[in-house]
Design a protein around this ligand. Sequence first.
Ligand code: HEC
Length: 134
Amino acid sequence: MVQRRLRFFVAALVLMAPISFVLAQTSPVSAVPEPVQKLIKDHCLGCHGGKSPSGHLSLEPDQIPAGILNRPSRGNSAFKLIDTAEPDKSYILMKLRGADEIKGGRMPKMRKALKAAEIQTIADWIKSLAGQGT
Ligand code: HEC
């Protein structure tokens, strides 16, 4: 009896392995495109990198996008850092655009704003993340 249960358990595990593999593949999080990586490296990582990133927000390559997908902002928790349901309401974009709802400063803090085309590059990337990581 015990043996039969064990056999069933092992069989179930063997059967489930490919299923969980397929499930894990259904909403993959794609790699961050090169131009976005460069913008973040050039304009953000100086503060949002290392061991104690500004605003407790790490934008290091191993943290994005998975670490910030649909995660509430610390500054204004009504918004998500990257909102895969409503990309335009992503707090990162609001911070780059200096939207009225942001707490704290426009990003990059105390530096020149990114150019409209650069913000658009990041906006397009965020749009491309729709439905990912959910
Ligand atoms: C000179 C330092 C500095 C630079 C450069 C900088 N930030 Fe920040 N950032 C901060 C600080 C400090 C805070 C926390 C206070 C605030 O929100 O103003 C912050 C907060 C944020 C937040 C809000 C986090 C939350 O959970 O609410 C976002 C989003 C953000 N930064 C994005 C960026 C992006 C994207 C860039 C690059 C384009 C960038 N920052 C560049 C210093 C910086």
